[in-house]
Design a protein around this ligand. Structure first.
Ligand code: FAD
Length: 489
């Protein structure tokens, strides 16, 4: 099915549309959901989706589309919902986004399409993420097949890493008729989508369904392959006959605070904590007996204010934590987490200790965490990130009793591939350097994108990089030209 431009069937004037209330997302009640790992957001019904879609102003200049890193044609897919052509709406989204059921759930729309929605100048923006999720789930539910691909080109592309950057590139390249093989170090496909983001925000089944669709399209996946150890980049290109290669290995290396007491039992990196819960099934205890410290009745904190921090602390709450704190050194305004996650965390009884910084973890006398010593902060001048720098207030130290703490203040690049690929140029922080939008690296036939280039970012930005890389790889494979590259090894 290849939908063309839909004529508007919205019978309402712009004034009337402005008056329609935004349809909230039905959700599990907070007191119930803290006792399970089931999805918080339950999804629109067909009726709710149509009501929300009718609010679209169908602007001549679609700022929402301009702000989408993968260029989803929002106006057209929303018009198709209004017209009741739901499968065509799903196909319209899939022209630019191979993972709509995922982005509809976790993309920070407030920073992209919804942030740019003209309705937002006066009222709530259009619920674009909720609508995207609705049509993607509808397509899955009725079992519709995805678009056909182009005839085989005979070219082979290797993709290293199966997170959103790798998957997005794989989807676009296979559509263009190339043979695509994805290598993944872990035993499950999906990157952060499966090992980081918990079930209550992004059910693993949803990720698996999207990946199955990609398998149907012809993408081949191989797990338990650590590129740089099992096989090198040079071997893939020179011995295994790949014509091009895309590195999409993310930035999953934990970063610690470097404060006293970080070695104590009960101190986790967010990466370890969430991997134990998600990938090793601690969330299905007692069905899976994955060792994680028993959090029932305990006081637990997370340090950090991003999506990772909130996922960790909301998971701890579901695993029985009695008191659950977010310790964040700036104010709530600077928190990088999605607005919806902060709202949901508050509803679940998470306490926010903002303008607070831990300076020491305290031993309970038996080698386990007993608490943390913190200092109160205030905001000073702007720093390099454009946010006001947090500055400690002298003499404001205080303690919080805790039995577990999760450090979620950021991650960095895993150096394995960089150190085993001669000539691959990296920045000081170990991230791979690319030639602007082309995503080309300093090594011929090798492209890179996603968190391994930008540092920890978002699903949709990683997908945008995957799409750009796919476009450049396709050009390279069809022309055979590797133009002068300003990135020199
Ligand atoms: P990743 O998703 O990290 O995938 C990289 C993959 O490469 C991994 O599967 C890894 O195992 C594999 N790999 C690494 N090295 C090798 C190797 N040598 N050989 C083979 N495979 C390798 N963003 C949002 O937009 N919304 C959210 O709500 C959100 N929540 C988040 C919650 C958590 C807990 C975390 C950690 C991040 C969250 N993010 C969110 C950020 C987002 O998930 C990342 O920006 C995005 O996943 C980056 O995609 P990627 O493809 O670059 O890397």
């Amino acid at each position: 099915m290849s939908p063309t431009k839909e004529t508007s069937t919205n019978p309402f004037t712009l004034k009337e549309r402005m008056k329609f209330p935004h349809q909230p997302m039905p959700e599990q009640a907070a007191e119930l959901r803290i006792q399970n790992f089931g999805e918080v957001n339950l999804g629109y019904t067909e009726e709710l989706a149509r009501q929300e879609a009718l609010r679209c102003l169908e602007c001549a200049k679609c700022t929402c589309v301009e702000q989408c890193p993968v260029g989803v044609d929002v106006k057209e897919f929303v018009k198709l919902i209004v017209a009741g052509k739901l499968l065509e709406a799903a196909a319209k989204i899939r022209e630019n986004n191979v993972l709509p059921a995922i982005t509809g759930r976790v993309c920070p729309q407030e920073n992209h399409c919804e942030g740019a929605c003209l309705l937002h100048k006066k009222v709530d923006p259009l619920g674009i993420g909720y609508l995207e999720r609705f049509v993607a789930d509808y397509q899955q539910c009725v079992g519709a097949r995805v678009a056909q691909k182009a005839p085989a080109t005979g070219k082979k592309v290797a993709i290293v890493g199966s997170g959103p950057a790798g998957l997005s590139a794989a989807g676009d390249l296979v559509q263009k008729g190339h043979k695509v093989h994805v290598f993944e170090a872990l035993h499950e496909i999906g990157g952060v989508l499966v090992y980081g983001i918990p079930e209550f925000r992004l059910p693993k089944q949803v990720v698996r369904e999207q990946i199955d669709k990609m398998r149907d399209m012809g993408v081949q996946f191989e797990t338990d392959v650590v590129v740089g150890k099992t096989v090198t980049i040079d071997e893939l290109l020179e011995e295994e006959g790949y014509d091009a290669l895309f590195i999409a290995t993310g930035a999953g290396l934990p970063v610690f605070l470097g404060i006293p007491g970080e070695h104590l039992n009960g101190v986790y990196s967010a990466n370890e904590f969430l991997t134990r819960i998600n990938l090793m099934h601690a969330y299905e205890f007692p069905l899976y007996d994955e060792p994680i410290v028993d959090l029932r009745g305990k006081h637990v904190a997370v340090v950090g204010g991003g999506n990772t921090a909130l996922d960790a602390i909301r998971s701890a709450r579901r695993l029985g934590a009695d008191k659950a704190y977010v310790i964040y050194r700036r104010s709530e305004k600077e928190m990088p987490a999605r607005i919806e996650e902060v709202k949901h965390a508050r509803q679940e009884g998470i306490e926010f200790r903002i303008l607070t910084n831990p300076i020491k973890f305290l031993d309970d006398g038996r080698g386990w965490l007993g608490g943390t010593q913190c200092v109160q902060m205030e905001l000073g001048e702007l720093d390099d990130s454009g946010r006001r720098r947090p500055v400690p207030i002298a003499g404001s130290e205080f303690e919080i009793p805790l039995q577990a703490v999760v450090i979620a203040t950021g991650t960095s690049a895993n150096p394995l591939i960089q150190s085993t690929t001669p000539g691959l140029k990296t920045s000081k922080g170990g991230y791979i350097e690319v030639d602007g939008e082309s995503q080309r690296t300093s090594c011929k036939s090798v492209f890179a994108g996603g968190d391994i280039v930008t540092g920890g970012a978002t699903v949709i930005l990683a997908m945008g990089a995957g799409r750009r890389a796919a476009k450049s790889i396709h050009e390279y494979l069809t022309t055979g030209e590797w133009a002068e590259n300003p990135i020199k090894s």
